[in-house]
Design a protein around this ligand. Sequence first.
Ligand code: FRU
Length: 548
Amino acid sequence: MVSLLFIACAALIASTYAQTPKYVEPSVPTGVPISGNYSGALRPQVHFSPPKDFMNDPNGMFVDANGTYHLYYQYNPTGVVAGNQHWGHATSKDLYHWVNQQIAIFPPDAHSNIYSGSAVVDVNNTSGFFPHQDNGVVAVYTINTPTSQTQALSYSIDGGYTFQPYSGNPVLSDNSSQFRDPKVIWHAPTQQWVMVVAYAQALTVGFFTSDNLKDWQHVYNFSHYGLLGDQYECPNLVEIRMEGQKEPMYLLAVSINPGAPLGGSITQYFPGSFNGSVFTPVDGAARIGDFGKDNYAGQFFYGIPGDQDQISIAWTSNWQYSQVVPTGPSEGWRSSMSLPRVNYLKNVSRVGYDLVSAPSSLAPVINTTALVRKTMGNGSVSLDYSSVTSGALYFQINITNIPVANITGTANFTFSSSRSGESLKAGYFLAPDSAFFIDRGNVRGFDNPFFTDKFSTSCPYNSSASSLTWSVEGVIDRSILEVFINGGESSATVTFFPEQELDTLKISSGDLNPAVTVNAVVYGLNSAWARFEDAHGTVAGNVTSQKD
Ligand code: FRU
């Protein structure tokens, strides 16, 4: 009798902890990082991009107790278009130098894909996966099959480098093929996990709660808010600081694709409050985080307290053309991630609540000797930056002392190629209804009807002030331009694909009121990848000796 009981118990334990199968296609490397060549003319040098093949959404981003940032990403290791989705993985101590790690999550079988999701550190072992540690990581993601999308778990006992699928998967299903992208956070006041997940074609974000990450209760639906597009994807809920206010607020980000106002994919956000089940937006406005066309599916790192600036990274492409951009055939990779950004909420003139996003400190990559430092009124300054081997620059232009009674003139910057004459232009038109524009139309390496070439944003100002200050800072990085207006009150991410490298910068201003001052400063950025290259230019990644 005793032995029968023992056998029954052993069988139960074995089935609970049975290794859930994972499918590794013969051509997909397992246990080693994939190597890549980061020297291509279009390869960003201070942005993350995959060693090779196709990448889309950031996934599972968390910061661990040692201060290492983990970035997982939607990854097809067998091609330069989407499909065969896995979770790729990279780690960084400073958000700019990334170490490619082995593929972290594989599909359970040949007919399934691992779609987007998130990761948490289960410090108190609520899941039961981690009896002997406080740094266990649980990844929560969508398993996509031709007929279903369900939410599943994998757990990691080695701090997020390798994962074991949970034998009880899926943990949440809805008999639907359009139910995806779970983002989980810990809600301290109610001592529970909260998941937001998209009922994509119902244009609804579902809210679920759980004590153990395995059993989920539906508590709330956020439906048909803001811009609808055709699908909601990749919802994100984060506690976030509001400038000048003691208590943090919450922000719900919802990505929409297709159907963005400029076409394809874009992310909108809603500032609001959250009581553990219901999210209440502050107002009825739809707010977009980026006025370009190449910023999608952004995530906030898990593990940053709500009273600190939240750090985000987004995918810098658009589903309308991500799978046909020229980096695929010419360099064997497609898509990169945005700069890491620090984010907080602020009350800005006229608009009200605004998400301020600015680059996380560039100190790890900036070369501190300025290449340009110029103070002028109407005038111009040019820089040949062909000797900056990364091809990447950080620039800042401050326009001060603009009299409200006479807002006129322009302040522009143009990056161009001395060889092909191609150019990428941007700047301010100062007027009572001022605007900032970006024009990628004269960059000629990619032609596509959806690759919209001009973007602009209005620059509302406080008319009660007597003089105004406007600024723009940004990073250009071989095939990406990111600009941040007025400290990040608005921002834009724009990819561009030149036939010949851009190597010249001209900053110019004209027709400004004589009182106005323009300060321009430009720095070179050091490649974050070159230091990992071997003699053949190959970046191998290293999981055995360098887990940073
Ligand atoms: C968003 C998205 C997600 C999905 C993933 C698949 O870009 O469509 O909804 O999980 O990409 O790669």
